[in-house]
Design a protein around this ligand. Sequence first.
Ligand SMILES: [Zn+2]
Length: 345
Amino acid sequence: MNVQFLNLLKCPNCSDGEFHLRSFEAHGEQVVEGVISCQGCKVWFPILESVPVISINPIVFEDAVRRVRAKWERTFNFSCNNSITAKMDAPTLELQQKQIEHFAKEVINYDHEISNTTFWKAVDAETIQTWARNRKDKVDVLFEIGCGGGRTTIQFLSAGLKVIASDICLEAIIKAIHNIESMKLNRHNVEFIVAEAENLPFKSTTFSAVSFAGVLHHVTEPKRVIRELSRILKKEGEIYAYDNNASIFRFAFDFLMSISKLWHEQAGTHPQLEAKDIDRWGHEYGIHFTTKSIVFLPPHLFNLFPFAMARKCLSITNLFFQSIPFLKRQGGLIVISGKKGKGES
Ligand SMILES: [Zn+2]
């Protein structure tokens, strides 16, 4: 973590304290391990393997505290009480725990189930890669939620963006760092943070753009995530994302997945998103959303093709079905573009 990163953060426990850094291991401005303590509520949050863990999920928080304590108890006086007072509701806590366990386990399979398949490569080329390349000169720093093992983070970095990426699962982030380093991408163009999308530890109006790929279907209340994203966005800031679409043809996909499972899923309370809900949440939190659906043939089929053919097939079938009035809303994924209003704070 670069020490400058501290300037963007706010305490998710008391919502207003400034942070003070105590580093145990650092190289220049890069802090590898240490703690950041809130001057308001006096809670301190660990930095582990250069990743700050700034979560009010008590399980995530206490696990990280235990790890940093075990390693640095000879260096630092940890005797002070350190407990989160902000309360999380039980359903969110339970679901987050399931997601963390799922992704900590699945991160090993993720590359061959998702990242390296022609279907997801074609989807990303059609969506976030194209978007990111067009935003290179307009976006100072992109904030990404739910970065997992770094599949999309890598694409943002490759497109020339600087990125701050968050996830609730530290193991997934460590895999993302490993992937980025093994691809020889510039590690200094990205900061990672463990945080919940519902309680982002950033000051308001910090980012000019935020993005995610398939995150809302993992949470208990997608609208709380939209509210947080709106809060941290600057005026006229942009959101670009895709997620599972509530298509009437979903049953066909579910049937195919029951015969031949391509990836493992751990969905939340909204396994598929509806365009009208996204519009409504945007209206509530000052973001003007436009949506469209893509992917009208099963992923199984795209995976049979080489990449160039899969991409061409995806592009042509998207254009074709998007021209048919009823069917155009029935693709497997919903692409979400949003802009925060000028008058929003
Ligand atoms: Zn605080």
